[in-house]
Design a protein around this ligand. Structure first.
Ligand code: GLN
Length: 486
């Protein structure tokens, strides 16, 4: 296993982007059906090693591709994502395709409906290739918690792709999808994007519907896109964003034109760098990548200044109290009655519940249910859950204060480059601590994204995080585009 092997094997043609697919369809040099078939060929070749896809939805994909080709042949106007092959994280419902959430407990579950985001992608012309591997119930930072085996990082096969949306990031990096959907509760879009060298966007809480998402922690869960570059990510986000009657937490604020916003000039924007994000534990190569990006933004006319987010050091513990508390409640519905797996030998209803959950959940999920149940229990609620809610407010206020001074922020995305498979599996706390730069934005509900910013001397991808105000994805993406060009 050597660096780059999978990319060499899977990249037979020049990488497609949403723009190149569209131009090809309009000029007749690309057929959506051929493009989809080529993706399936590459998946057949690369997936045994990478393990990105858990299920393929070939019939649905090919039917959609043929419809798009018919539209193109007639010269009809094409929808935004016409013919674009996309993959969907396995925590999202896609009618007729298995949804496992990376868990054994959902084995055999076929959702009878589409998540709103899936329906929106298809209505915009996208071709849905299949379902992508992830950590069980999106709990993890390495994709090693999937009941269906880990995903390998396509850039370096002995490394993790990040998690929990590891399959979604790796599929785009390995050219097994032009774009994909992931979810981010405490970093699960941004961190794998950084580890695989692609763009990943965490929209503001409420900007994108969660209907049809298998919930992990409902006050933190968000759906967002992975893509090769910032322009493609903005294009997909524009399709996903907007109010949904089926999700009461989705916002009715009008959606900005994210793609159009990319062309607005950058000069004069104030970019903040939080002091607390450059402390000890940060890999020196990542630190220099961030410094290089800041120099570039200065040269592009931005005013770069230090800001302070004083409650940052409480973010990881606060996140792991609140996320586990919500998970313990959300995951109570998996009891062998309604979905997926049922322990067949059990003699009574009570033992059936217990044995189903014992057999069906993996170690990390059980750990979190236990932790979450504990922090919510009478006697400990005030000390842990209530306290964490209070600290969440302080963390949010830190951002609101800082965003009075600046229009966006730039930070490291991860403390280290992608680590080796197996390196942290036996040490959950060190895995949790690696979420240091992601979870504060999750708690605050603001938008964020990871943008590739070069590679280490060993050739491992480095991601830089851009953070934006609530519902100001437009400014964040504009800064992201500039970072990408540096
Ligand atoms: N790594 C974090 C966790 O394990 C975040 C996961 C996520 O965003 N879904 O909870």
């Amino acid at each position: 296993m050597t660096t780059g092997a999978a990319t060499d094997k899977t990249t037979t043609t020049k990488r497609a982007t949403i723009r190149s697919v569209r131009m090809g369809l309009e000029s007749g040099t690309v057929q959506a059906a051929t493009l989809a078939a080529e993706h399936y060929d590459r998946i057949a070749l690369a997936n045994p090693e990478l393990n990105c896809y858990l299920a393929l939805s070939r019939d649905r994909a090919m039917a959609q591709a043929e419809q798009i080709d018919a539209l193109a042949a007639k010269g009809d106007p094409l929808p935004t994502l016409a013919g674009v092959p996309v993959g969907v994280k396995d925590v999202l419902a896609m009618r007729g395709a298995p949804a496992t959430a990376g868990s054994k407990i959902l084995e055999g579950y076929l959702p009878p409906y589409d998540a709103t985001v899936v329906a929106r992608l298809e209505a915009a012309g996208a071709v849905l290739l299949g379902k992508l591997n992830c950590d069980e119930f999106a709990m993890g930072s390495s994709n090693e918690n999937s009941a269906y085996g880990p995903v390998r990082n396509p850039v370096a096969l002995d490394r993790v792709p990040g998690g929990s949306s590891g399959g979604s990031a790796a599929a785009v990096a390995a050219d097994l999808a032009v774009a994909s959907l992931g979810t981010d509760t405490g970093g699960s879009i941004r961190q794998p994007a950084a580890f695989c060298g692609v763009v990943g966007v965490l929209p503001t809480y409420g900007r994108v519907s969660r209907y049809g998402l298998i919930a992990f922690a409902s006050s933190l869960d968000r759906v967002g896109p992975f893509a090769t570059d910032v322009r493609d990510a903005a294009t997909v986000l524009e399709v996903l964003a907007g109010e949904d009657a089926a999700d009461a937490t989705s916002s009715d604020r009008p959606v900005d034109g994210y793609v159009a916003a990319l062309d607005r000039p950058l000069a004069g924007l104030r970019v903040g760098v939080p002091d607390e994000y450059l402390g000890e534990g940060l890999d020196p190569e990542i630190r220099s990548a961030v410094e290089r990006v800041l120099d570039g933004l200065r040269a592009a006319g931005c005013e770069v200044k230090g800001v302070s987010l004083p409650h940052t050091r409480y973010a990881v513990p606060t996140y792991y109290v609140l996320a586990t508390a919500e998970a313990s409640s959300n995951l109570s519905r998996f009891d062998g009655v309604r979905f997926g797996l049922r322990a067949e030998q059990a003699k009574t209803l009570g033992t059936m519940f217990r044995e189903t959950r014992e057999e069906g959940f993996g170690a990390e999920v059980k750990r979190r249910i236990l932790l979450g149940t504990y922090v919510l229990s009478a006697g400990y609620y005030d000390a842990y859950y209530r306290k964490a809610q209070q600290v969440r407010t302080l963390i949010t206020r830190d951002f609101l204060e800082a965003f009075r001074e600046v229009d966006a922020m730039v930070t490291p995305m991860t403390p280290t480059p992608p680590f080796r498979l197996g390196e942290k599996v036996d040490d959950p706390v060190s895995m949790y601590l690696a979420d240091i730069y992601t979870v504060a934005a999750s708690l605050a509900g603001i938008c964020g994204m990871s943008v590739p910013a070069g590679v280490t001397a060993a050739g491992l991808p480095i991601g830089v995080q851009v953070l934006g105000r609530h519902f100001d994805e437009a400014t964040m993406l504009r800064v992201g585009l500039a970072v990408e060009g540096l």
